[in-house]
Each structure stands twice: as structure tokens, then as C-alpha cells.
Design a protein around this ligand. Structure first.
Ligand code: ADP
Length: 485
């Protein structure tokens, strides 16, 4: 089965969030099921060295007014199809979407409509003889791919995956023709969204099937509280919607071999985790006391992540002698609130503002628990890393957090199944209760060690989920074959 992934991010090359991790890891897991996956990505400066080792496989002619081509290259275990269009992607700046000043590039609609157009051209012309059986588009940046396929009456089916419905790719309706859109599709059942063009909606209505990154988020997306205006569109396609939990790259996230931590460990050598804990405490200037848990947060600092609630819950955490190490970047008010807390509570709260992959490994290895009080969370990855590293996730009961963490309540403890702490509703009192409950669990050292070991044994790799994607792809292809028979 030949599958074309199309996306705007892919770890380890270019990443702003969980989307990149999925696009970087899932193709490798699918390959072990026999799938031949190629990942189409814009050729950003971060990929220039990779492209240097590649070769042209398709001349795309003019794309948004200037020449463009596809370059095939292999790197990090992935087969890449790099969309070389320097006028669109060869830019300095803050990641794939932002100017050096941190604003969205004003031509982001053109930049990512071009990605969609390149998908359709590849499906039509092939890449040096390689023709995909199916297109899997990720998030709004790639979602015009399925639309353009439909616009061209292509027989190649598609799947659009929603990694976070908060990002929808809205563009001024007047841009439509310049983006390559036939404005006959500009209506409520097409890509119109309250007078604008919505890239994501285009993908959702045009794809053969839709998926998202957890079963609970799939259900939530059909509700007004979570659907962010697309709940009706998604509910209308409820029968075509699947939720498949993300896995993690268990080679990169392996406490037994992690090069970023001072003392690699496994479920049977938990005493070595204490050395990482000491290193973490030192790095954040925290007391290494083992009387109470050391919590960590590794997150974008935004309202979605519920960290404003944590600011208000800090007195409860500190009241139990617990400590907090936070790594994050995002909203200025949250950054300054956490920095202020660290200044007023030295030794108890440590904060690093920034994005630091290596430090995030040390935190997962050294902390006792990881706090994730998200208001919504399509899947979430940090709780999966937490499980793998025996750092118990304390999570809001929403989206993928609800699907991947088993609350260690009395019944679960009696049945020997708990792997973390869940709370609902997502409010400050409920978060405080969860923190206090975690402190109580931690105080029972034998129980805590058992929970930690159980967490570490959870299957958090891609094996199960890749198998589910394969079944979904197969269903799509069979339905397509029936329809054209
Ligand atoms: P989202 O995609 O909404 O940001 P996820 O939990 O799905 O949330 O994925 C976040 C990813 O980004 C994880 O791999 C997490 O470890 C990483 N991450 C987030 N903030 C930071 C940071 N400040 N430094 C290092 N890694 C971070």
C-alpha cells in the first residue's frame, strides 16, 4: 500500500507541537506493516541539508507564480518528498508559520494552498513513477490536498486528520481563485466558513474519511464546547470519523538508553531514577527532598493547557511541601506569572522559559509526576512520555488524556490498574484535589513504586495505533474499489 502523507511539520526536522511527532513516527510504524509511506513537506531552511542529498522526482512547473519541484530524500528513517518553492518556504523566521517578529506570515494561505496543490499534482503525475494509493493529509495546512483531489475528480481517496481543531486555516474569500480554488465550492457544504475560506473544513468535507488523535476527542469534536465551530460539520460526518490514539517513538523516549539523562533506568532499576531526580532538582535550583513529590510541566503556555489554573493551585501544591519544575514558552502573561512564582518561592518552584528538547527528557526522567490540566487535549504526548518514564501523569479528564491514563482511584488500585491521576471538571479546585491526591499516593512509597512500574509497562508505542491506521486505510481503499466497480 502506497500512502502519501502531507504535512507542514515533521520531527526531528521542524516542529511546533505534537503534529510533528506523529508525522515523524507513524510512517516508520506503518512501514513495519508493509506500507510504503512518503512524507511531503515544504522545504524549509531546516531541511536544506537533507534536500542537498536528494534528487528531483517531479518538476511542478509554476506554483503560486514561481517554479517549484519535488525532491526525494531519505533522512531519520523517513522517505521525504520535499516541496522546493523558495519563494514560499525559504525564509528565516520563528518556525514554519511565523515571521522573525513572531507574526503569521501574511501569505500563509498561499504557502499552504501550494502544499495542497503539490499533493494533487503528485497524485496526477507521480514522483518518478511512484503513485500513491491514498493521501493522508494532516491538519489545515495540508487539508486543501483532499479538496483539490476532489476538484480534479481524482479516484485516489484521502483521509484528513485533525490534530487540533483550534487551528483551522481561515483565509479571505477574495483570495479563493488565487489559491486555486474553484469558487463553486464556496458554500456552506463546501469550504465556506461564515464568509471566509476554511482550509480544514475543505479537507473535512472532501476527504473519504476523517480521523483524529483519540476516541474521546473524536466524540468531543462533535460537541459545541469542543468543535470550535466545526462541530456541526464533523457531526454530519460522524459515521466517517475515527479516533486513533497517538503513540510515541519508544526509541527516542526510552529511559533505559536516553542520552539526555545522567542515569538511564528501567522498571527494575527505579533507584536510578532518583539520580535523575537529583539532577533535575539541581538544574532548577530546587530542594531535592523526597518528602513530597517533585511535579513537572513541559508545555506550551497557553489557555488550552489550563496552566492559569495551576498558577492559582500553587499554594495547595506548596502547602504539601511539593515542588514544581516548569519548562515552557507561550503567552506573555503566563510566562511572567510563573517567573514571578519562581522568584517568590526559590527552592520550591523552578521555571525555564524556552523550548529545550534535551531538558524535557531530563524532566521526564527526574520528576515524580507531570501535570497536564488541559481544557482540551486532542491526544497529548507528554502524558505518554510520563508513563514511559514512570513519571505519573496528573491529567484533566479530556480528549486523549482520558483515553491513555487510568485514574488510580480505590477501585483501580484494588484491581491493580491505575497509572496516574485524572480530574474533572477542569477547574482550580479539581486540580488542587488531584495534586493533593497525588501527594497522598506518593506518601505510600510502596504503592507509588508499584504505580510507577505499572505506568512504565503501558504500551505507548505506535504498534497498536499503526495497526488501526492500516485497517482504516484498507477500509478506505475497499470502499473506493466498491464505488468504482
Ligand atoms: P501540543 O501539540 O498541543 O503542544 P502535545 O502534548 O501533543 O501538545 O505535544 C507537545 C510536544 O512538544 C511534546 O513532545 C512536548 O514534550 C514538547 N514540548 C512542549 N513544550 C516544550 C518545551 N518548552 N520544551 C521542549 N519540548 C516541549
Amino acid at each position: 500500500m502506497k500512502i502519501l502523507f502531507a504535512a507542514s511539520e515533521c520531527a526531528p526536522f521542524i516542529k511546533t507541537g505534537g503534529l510533528a511527532d506523529v508525522v515523524g513516527a507513524l510512517p516508520k510504524a506503518l512501514a513495519s506493516h508493509g506500507a510504503d509511506v512518503r512524507v511531503m513537506l515544504p522545504l524549509y531552511p531546516a531541511l536544506a541539508a537533507v534536500a542537498d542529498g536528494g534528487e528531483e522526482v517531479l518538476d511542478l512547473g509554476a506554483l503560486m507564480g514561481y517554479p517549484a519541484r519535488l525532491i526525494a530524500a531519505e533522512a531519520a528513517g523517513l522517505k521525504l518528498l520535499l516541496l522546493e518553492a523558495p519563494h514560499l518556504y525559504d525564509r528565516a523566521g520563528g518556525g514554519p508559520y511565523l515571521t522573525p517578529e513572531g507574526q503569521d506570515w501574511p501569505d500563509n494561505p498561499q504557502r499552504f494552498a501550494a502544499l495542497g496543490q503539490a499533493v494533487a499534482r503528485l497524485v496526477h503525475s507521480g514522483a518518478d513513477g511512484w503513485f500513491p494509493d491514498l493521501v493522508h493529509a494532516h491538519d489545515w495546512q495540508a487539508a486543501l490536498g483532499p479538496w483539490f483531489l476532489k476538484q480534479a475528480d481524482s479516484l485516489v481517496p484521502s483521509l484528513t486528520s485533525i490534530h487540533n481543531v483550534a487551528f483551522q486555516g481561515l483565509a479571505d474569500a477574495a483570495l479563493g481563485p488565487s489559491l486555486g480554488l474553484d469558487m463553486a465550492g464556496f458554500h456552506a457544504d463546501g469550504f465556506e466558513y461564515y464568509g471566509s475560506i476554511s482550509f480544514l473544513k475543505a479537507g473535512l468535507v472532501a476527504s473519504d474519511r476523517i480521523s483524529t488523535v483519540s476516541p474521546t476527542y473524536a466524540r468531543e469534536l462533535m460537541l459545541p464546547e469542543f468543535g470550535m465551530g466545526l462541530d456541526g460539520v464533523i457531526a454530519a460526518r460522524g459515521g466517517d470519523l475515527s479516533g486513533i490514539v497517538n503513540g510515541i517513538d519508544t526509541e527516542i523516549w526510552n529511559p533505559a538508553t536516553d542520552p539526555d539523562i545522567p542515569a538511564p533506568y528501567g522498571p527494575r532499576s527505579l533507584t536510578r531514577k532518583a539520580r535523575n531526580r537529583a539532577a533535575l532538582a539541581k538544574r532548577f535550583g530546587l530542594s531535592p527532598s523526597e518528602d513530597a513529590p517533585l511535579f513537572c510541566v513541559i508545555s506550551r503556555l497557553t489557555r488550552q493547557k489550563g496552566l492559569d489554573l495551576l498558577i492559582d493551585a500553587l499554594p495547595a501544591l506548596l502547602g504539601r511541601g511539593a515542588r514544581l519544575a516548569l519548562l515552557g514558552t507561550g503567552d506573555a502573561d503566563l510566562e511572567s506569572a510563573f517567573c514571578h512564582s519562581a522568584e517568590t518561592h526559590p527552592g520550591q518552584i523552578g521555571v525555564v522559559i524556552g523550548y529545550d528538547e534535551a531538558l524535557s527528557h531530563l524532566m521526564q526522567a527526574g520528576a515524580d509526576a507531570i501535570l497536564i490540566p488541559s481544557r482540551f487535549e486532542p491526544c497529548g504526548l507528554t502524558q505518554l512520555y510520563g508513563l514511559r518514564y514512570g513519571t505519573l501523569p496528573v491529567v484533566a479528564r479530556t480528549g486523549g488524556l482520558a483515553d491513555t491514563v487510568i485514574d488510580a482511584n480505590h477501585a483501580a488500585l484494588a484491581a491493580g490498574t491505575g497509572t496516574g491521576v485524572q480530574f474533572a471538571p477542569v477547574t482550580q479546585p479539581a486540580l488542587e484535589q488531584a495534586i493533593l491526591r497525588t501527594c497522598d499516593l506518593y506518601a505510600d512509597r510502596k504503592l507509588w513504586a508499584a504505580l510507577t512500574r505499572r505506568a512504565m509497562r503501558q504500551p505507548v508505542g505506535w504498534e497498536d495505533s499503526a495497526a488501526q491506521y492500516m485497517t482504516l486505510y484498507q477500509d478506505i481503499l475497499s470502499a473506493g474499489a466498491e464505488a468504482s466497480a
